[in-house]
Ligand binder design. Sequence first.
Ligand code: MG
Length: 172
Amino acid sequence: MRIGFGFDAHKQTTKRRLMLGGVRIPSKLGLAGHSDADVLLHALTDALLGALALPDIGSLFPDTEAGWKDAPSRLMLAAAYAKVRSGGYGLVNADCVLVCDRPKLAPHSLAIRESIAALLGVRPDQVGLQAKTTEGTQLATKRSMAAMVVALLVRRRQVRGSHFGARASALP
Ligand code: MG
């Protein structure tokens, strides 16, 4: 098994729409960034890449490249997960934390989990999501949103069926 951890943060702005986990979230506050600034997919992408000690999202998809301007971050996630798959691994589960005071994200939690699961071809119960506020502390005053994701990968032949069963003893 391999474990990866990803972190990202973006400034909030009224000039951009808000995309989280590939879902358009209705809000006056969007996120600034070169791509569509989907902070959650960026952290997830880095978690997947980091699990295999691959170069991070900024190395693979530089924000100096015009081709990634306003690009949907699901394309970066798909490219990263293709690397995971071609490396012989699949996702066991990912647990995600979103941190912001506004907007309230809990009502969108299921839609975001289902979106991420669909993007990766896994079940929604393999994607956890916690939406946390900072109780009006630093992140709120600086108008930003942060995401952290931990992702567990397993060699692909163990992904289907019970990887907690007898075959788990065959893991490297
Ligand atoms: Mg980012």
